[in-house]
Design a protein around this ligand. Structure first.
Ligand code: ATP
Ligand code: MG
Length: 370
């Protein structure tokens, strides 16, 4: 077990599309900061292709394509393969076995209560079409992912809190039944409330690949401009510049809440010291939506430009990207296999770890044959 009190991170993303700003503010930015903090003994990032198949079973090509997109996004935002192990879920068979064992430790009633899964079932139309059992149980497979790496810290967006809660329950139950074996993980969510769940450009509750309301980290400046100017609504009652405006539910301000810094104001809008001053002016009237959107586009491009540049570099060297993924996955296979061995021992199903069971069986037969 992780007895040395090691600090270990695991996070994952589903390869269902390129990564977007929601991933960036909710989790990725934090992962890079934690990676560079030097405070962690081991950092793992997993591309959750098996989980992505739970609601894309009929579209494996999409998952295969997006593995490369997701790994390029990681490398472009500053995930450094020298410090972080990047791996692919389907190539880690220990995770499948752990999922199968953990499924015995949860009830279907408990799974049905998971609010994130409930919302996702609704969003995907599974309530009418039929719900794939794999999708219904994916929180259990996430528990397998987290515990297989002995993760202590899981930096995620708010939508993942129910998964962490579920994983913790599984750990507690497992350890209660089979003895202390698994490490209890903690979720780490952003302090900034807007970053915990960034809405889509359409104002919908969550920016999500599946909803098609994203600004992708790899979007061109032209696309970003189109998304902001064309899709983001502001305050429908703010018809003339001099009208007082509302901040609540105003997507442009929500994004500025999540992304803008004092430095952005110094560089692009020095007439305001910070976002609060800008908001006050908007509320009073006299600040146009065009000006707000222009500022947001500048902020976005400042964040995205270095990411675009890095991506362009890596795109020219897919051979190296492949090696990074292959090496990371091989390393992760060792780590997760070791956890599986520990789990099977605790569950007393480790028959082939060594031949000690032969003696055990012989003695048992001796006793029963007396
Ligand atoms: P899908 O629609 O396929 O589920 P997704 O866009 O929800 O994709 P995931 O791969 O499920 O992305 O999520 C990866 C990580 O990014 C998780 O930690 C999740 O909490 C975080 N995340 C995803 N979307 C957002 C968002 N809009 N705001 C904050 N964090 C987010
Ligand atoms: Mg999701």
């Amino acid at each position: 077990m992780n007895t040395e009190n090691k600090q270990i991170i695991l996070t994952a993303d589903r390869p269902t599309g390129r990564l977007h700003l929601g991933h960036y503010v909710g989790s990725l930015k934090r992962r890079v900061e934690l990676q560079n903090s030097g405070k962690f003994d081991q950092i793992n990032i997993m591309i959750a292709d098996d989980q992505a198949l739970t609601d894309n079973a009929d579209n494996p090509g999409k998952i295969r394509e997006n593995i490369i997109n997701v790994v390029l996004d990681y490398l472009s935002v500053g995930i450094d393969p020298a410090l972080t192990t990047i791996c692919v879920q389907s190539a880690l068979p220990a995770l499948h076995a752990l999922t199968f064992y953990y499924l015995n430790l949860v009830t279907t009633a408990r799974l049905s209560r998971n609010p994130t899964v409930k919302a996702e079932i609704q969003m995907r139309g599974f309530a009418d079409e039929g719900l794939p059992a794999g999708f219904f149980t994916y929180p259990v497979s996430q528990a397998a992912d987290i515990t297989a790496f002995d993760a202590t810290v899981v930096p995620v967006g708010e939508d993942q809190l129910p998964m962490l809660e579920q994983a913790r329950e599984i750990v507690e139950k497992f350890n209660r039944i089979y003895g202390p074996t698994l490490v209890l993980p903690e979720a780490m969510i952003p302090e900034n409330e807007t970053q915990r769940r960034l809405p889509g450009v359409d104002g919908k509750a969550k920016m999500s690949k599946s909803l098609g309301n994203c600004i992708y980290l790899s979007d061109t400046p032209k696309t970003v401009k189109q998304q902001v100017n064309g899709k983001m609504f502001t305050d429908p009652q703010h018809l003339r510049i001099e009208d007082p405006g509302h901040i609540e539910g105003n997507v442009v301000f929500t994004y500025l809440d999540a992304l803008s810094t004092k430095e952005h104001f110094e560089r692009y809008l020095p007439e305001y010291a910070d976002l609060e001053e800008m908001k006050d002016h908007y509320r009073r009237g006299g600040l146009g939506d065009g000006k707000c959107k222009k500022f947001l586009i500048q902020v976005l491009d400042e964040i995205l430009d270095p990411i675009r540049t890095e991506r362009a570099k890596w795109e020219k060297d897919i051979d190296s990207v492949y090696d990074i993924l292959a090496e990371g996955t091989a390393k992760a296979r060792e780590v997760t296999n070791a956890t599986l061995a520990r789990v099977e021992k605790a569950m007393r199903i480790d028959y082939f770890a060594d031949r000690s069971v032969v003696k055990e069986w012989e003695e048992l037969l001796k006793k029963t044959n007396l």
